[in-house]
Design a protein around this ligand. Structure first.
Ligand code: TNX
Length: 530
């Protein structure tokens, strides 16, 4: 009797042990799902003796090795040296191109990540980190079996532009919170961060030749808080921090609409009126077919509400273009990336012809400073310069206009990719003018099939914007962004044939555990068994 009890206990313990056995590589919770995973025999276990060996050369190679070590050290408590001499985790850079593709091999004896580009190597590192047990996300030493399954991964992105946007204008977002966001984006192999730097409620980037933009225009935000702005030094710091994580910053100056913060800062940017009786009531409501400049320009008032579509630059005023030139020049000088976002959305009070004239002139200014313009889809009603990009958010006919002109479309359909949409009617913050966007909805779409006539060859990529009318702090960001950003990242990275909600909804729960460990206050969607 006693003996059989012991046997039972032993069998139970063994069974438990078996449950804990590392799942095969093909069942790992990697997001975005790699394009090709082949299971192999064996497992690799990280120990106190493990190190990282670098092979090849390149500015970033050592940084990538240190990045990986920096993620492995806290929870394991191991030293994890990084060197060109030896180590079981090999990071091999085989070229010096911009490749994002990588290969990852795991066997009993070690791990090897290979890519011909630094970005690809970095993505291989992200995949590797997701293979370790979730305890790896801790910032203090844990006891765990640091084992990962053997096999091979061959991976490359489907779309070249995989982005997110932060609206730092409606509510200002601090440099630290932007860096936090960049860190999160890097985990999901996103490579563009679009900063919506200006809007009616705030101007958030220092322009040395027009200092009142930040002094006045940066002094408040939605709800009347104190606002804020980035100095050019802080902006450069963000750019560099992002670059170390293979993320390119895309600055946006939204115009000719959404410009009240600039119009409040400088009276002379406003269309004045020749008033016979000195009555200023009609200031800013003047029709746009007058001679410019007129007398009595008045600065508008700062705005802290959330209405859209009521402000406009004066497209017939020559000073407007001198202003735009200075702004584009100063920002381009500190932006290494190829894109400059010119906004162009919801210019409801700009006359149609004036709008087209304005967009075309601003595109010329941007190209003079060697940048490529991106604009919200409305810009496709103007003649786009070759290579410029229309960001689809609302109107399919605008996406088609871009395509007909031979220009590419960046896919941000508001019903799928807008991170500020509420999940459902009970969501504590967010808007819902486009749709309620539950996690499955954010996942279940394909960029190349979403808009009729817009196929893969017309698409630059995918971007998930976070508008911040209702977002005031990091907890709000966490709640709206996670887990939907991970879903969009997979939509942008993994080819359609490999994606399924069933698989994603299982994998995402493991990311939830890591978010819990790291204090990321994500939305526990009822669609997932967390
Ligand atoms: C529309 S999307 C806007 C933004 C708002 C957003 C709120 C777009 C190009 N314009 O100004 O913040 O809706 O969801």
């Amino acid at each position: 009797m006693k003996k059989s009890l012991w046997a039972l206990l032993l069998a139970g313990t063994l069974a438990l042990g078996a449950c804990k056995k590392t799942a095969p590589l093909s069942e790992s919770a990697i997001i975005p799902l790699p394009q090709e995973i082949t299971d192999g025999g064996g497992t690799f276990t990280l120990t106190a003796e493990s190190g990282i060996k670098l092979v090849g050369s390149g500015d970033q190679l050592t940084k990538i090795g240190e990045y990986l070590a920096g993620k492995l050290r806290p929870a394991t408590g191991y030293e994890i040296p990084v060197s060109f001499d030896g180590g079981q985790i090999v990071l091999e850079l085989t070229g010096n191109d911009k490749a994002e593709a990588y290969e990852l091999e795991v066997s009993d004896s070690g791990v090897k990540i290979t890519s011909s580009g630094e970005a690809g190597l970095f993505y291989g590192v992200q995949t590797l980190l997701q293979l370790f047990p979730q305890e790896i996300a801790n910032s203090t030493t844990q006891t765990a079996n640091w084992e990962i399954p053997g096999g091979t991964i061959k991976d490359a992105p489907t779309f070249e532009y995989r982005g997110s946007m932060l609206d730092v204008a409606r509510h200002f977002i601090s440099v630290d919170d932007v860096k936090y966001y960049i860190d999160q984006m890097a985990i999901y192999k996103l490579n563009y961060l679009h900063l919506h730097l200006t809007d009616d409620q705030g101007w958030r980037i220092e322009i040395k030749s027009w200092p009142k933009l930040t002094e006045i225009g940066g002094s408040t935000e939605v709800g009347g808080g104190e606002g804020g702005f980035y100095t050019q030094e802080q902006y450069k710091d963000i750019v560099a921090y992002a670059a170390d994580r293979f993320i390119t910053i895309v600055p946006e100056i939204d115009m000719p609409g959404h410009t009240n913060s600039a119009l409040a800062s400088y009276a002379e940017l406003n269309p004045g009126v020749n008033l016979p009786d000195g009555n200023l009531d009609s200031v800013n409501k003047a029709p746009l077919d007058y001679e410019m400049p007129l007398k009595n320009p008045q600065a508008s008032e700062l705005y802290t509400g959330i209405e859209v579509g009521w402000s406009t630059f004066a497209p017939k005023l020559e000073l407007t273009y001198a202003f735009v030139d200075s702004v584009v020049r100063e920002i381009s000088e500190i932006t290494p990336g190829p894109y400059f976002h010119i906004g162009g959305d919801e210019s409801h009070v700009t006359e149609k012809d004036d709008y087209v004239y304005f967009v075309e002139r601003v595109q010329d200014i941007v190209s003079k400073y060697n940048k490529t313009s991106i604009g919200w889809d409305e810009i496709a009603t103007a003649k786009l310069l070759p290579g410029n990009v229309a960001q689809f958010w609302a109107l399919e006919e605008n996406a088609k206009l871009a395509k007909e002109q031979g220009n590419k479309v960046l896919m941000s359909p508001s019903k799928k990719a807008y991170l500020d949409m509420q999940y459902d009617s009970t969501s504590r913050i967010g808007l819902h003018w486009a749709a309620y966007v539950e996690l499955d909805s954010a996942y279940l779409w394909d960029p190349a099939e979403y808009t009729e006539g817009i196929t893969a060859e017309n698409i630059l990529g995918v971007e998930a914007p976070l508008w911040t009318e209702t977002v005031t702090n990091k907890a709000d960001i966490d709640y709206l962004v996670f887990p939907r950003l991970s879903a969009i990242a997979e939509v942008a990275w993994t080819k359609k044939e490999r994606r399924s909600w069933e698989s994603f909804s299982k994998r995402i729960s493991s990311h939830g555990k890591r978010w819990d460990i790291q204090g990321v206050g994500f939305y526990k969607s009822p669609k997932v068994n967390w």
